[in-house]
Design a binder for this molecule. Structure first.
Ligand SMILES: Cc1ncc(COP(=O)(O)O)c(C=O)c1O
Length: 399
């Protein structure tokens, strides 16, 4: 066969994260690579209860094609939660259930992006979304991120010099991979810039419910009076990823586009899983379930942080996440992150090198992402100790 895939596929890259996560799985290593939630947080008993309940209702609506927008009781439960927690305005906005936050990013890209459009992304950032933007032939423009969130001065500079920018993609809380959270001032500045330069923002917030320290900060979407912020979050990290459920909050004037695009993608998301998620959210002590997950991650971060601080070379630093699943270890320029990761694997621990989160995945990087959520808790400190000691060996040139 001589037929070639579309040229835009040339920009799609295999996930470095998966590559290292699979290496860990095969070799039985301590894994800080997978971006999965901790299995101990999956509400299995509740799932049994509500799957059983769904089957016993005999309600055909749960088994046949459902509403494109989502299972109405779940839509309402999520709207109620977001209105109470963050003041989202559902007179102005719709909430769509989507098949994971990933699909929300895809749908927004499908509607808005044309060949050559610019997308500003935090760098480093979640590289699967780079692939989505590339699939729509957008050009990615990276700006830095620090403890206060996306570098808004760099965003403004980019907006001045790149009129082709249409969309700004931000992971505002407990960012993947850094663990950083944008402070309120950063969010306000970002929204003001989007208004001044007439851009849209795609706010990807799958970790928002997993805050275990510090004060809650409202999403950028809470500031949105103009309908230019598309907000997505997920049930993957708070119930389980295999449900493939997420949600997208978007101004009502885009309903028709979203409706049609969702329909032609998969008609609607899994209704049985939506029923179970609705049951868990509304008929159990959902807050208690979330608190248990938050406590699990708080404990794990404390363990990794304490162990790394004791064992790592003083020229290294680590991020201090207040929620979510990720932290980053930053090493001096003499350490190559890919080499570091392979040495870690030889010693029994796997992380993901920072280059996996850069637009140019081959660019040099001196940091690694550590996802503290999935390794058995008894392995977490041992894994962090190995990483800490490896920094000495790499920096002092002993390895
Ligand atoms: C920033 C970010 N967005 C989206 C996703 C994917 O979420 P979902 O399972 O809801 O598609 C992830 C998962 O790791 C993520 O880190």
């Amino acid at each position: 066969m001589n037929i070639q895939p579309a040229e835009r596929m040339n920009h799609i890259k295999p996930s470095v994260i998966r590559q290292f996560a699979e290496a860990a799985l095969k070799q039985g290593l301590i894994s800080f690579a997978n971006g999965n939630p901790s299995p101990v947080t999956f509400p299995v008993e509740y799932m049994k209860r509500f799957y059983q309940e769904a089957l016993e209702t005999g309600d055909n609506k749960l088994f046949t094609y459902g509403a494109v927008l989502g299972y109405p009781p779940l839509v309402e439960a999520l709207k109620k939660r977001l209105a109470a927690k963050y003041g989202f305005d559902f007179e102005q906005n719709d909430l769509f259930i989507v098949s994971g936050g990933t699909q929300a990013v895809d749908l927004v890209s499908k509607i808005w992006l044309e060949k050559g459009d610019g997308v500003i992304v935090e760098e480093p950032s979640y590289s699967s979304c780079y692939n989505i933007f590339h699939a729509y032939e957008a050009e990615l423009l990276g700006v830095g991120i620090n403890e206060s969130g996306i570098d808004t001065e760099a965003v403004e500079e980019m907006l001045k010099t790149h009129p082709e920018v249409k969309l700004i993609y931000t992971i505002s809380s407990f960012q993947n991979p850094t663990g950083y959270t944008a402070v309120a001032d950063t969010r306000k500045k970002l929204y003001e810039l989007a208004c001044r330069y007439d851009k849209i923002i795609l706010e990807d917030d799958p970790y928002t419910e997993l805050r275990f320290a510090g004060e809650s900060v409202d999403p950028v979407k809470s500031l949105d009076t103009e309908g230019r912020v598309f907000y997505t979050s997920s049930l993957s990290k708070v119930i389980c990823p295999s449900f493939r459920l997420g949600y997208l909050v978007a101004d009502k004037r885009f309903r028709q586009y979203l409706n049609v695009c969702k329909q032609v993608t998969d008609i609607h998301s899994n209704t049985l899983a939506q029923y179970v998620a609705w049951g868990i959210m509304t008929k159990t002590d959902y807050e208690e379930h979330l608190n248990r997950a938050r406590e699990e991650y708080r404990k794990r971060v404390a363990l990794v942080t304490e162990t790394l601080k004791k064992n790592m070379h003083p020229s290294c630093r680590i991020s201090a996440p207040e929620g979510g699943l990720f932290m980053m270890l930053f090493m001096p320029d003499c350490v190559d992150a890919v080499e570091f990761t392979w040495k870690g694997i030889e010693r029994g621990v796997v992380c993901v090198p920072g280059s996996g989160f850069l637009i140019d995945g081959n660019a040099p990087s001196h940091s690694i992402r550590m996802c503290y959520s999935t390794a058995p808790i008894e392995d977490v400190a041992r894994g962090a100790e190995i990483i800490g000691k490896l920094t000495w060996d790499m920096i002092e040139g002993k390895d």
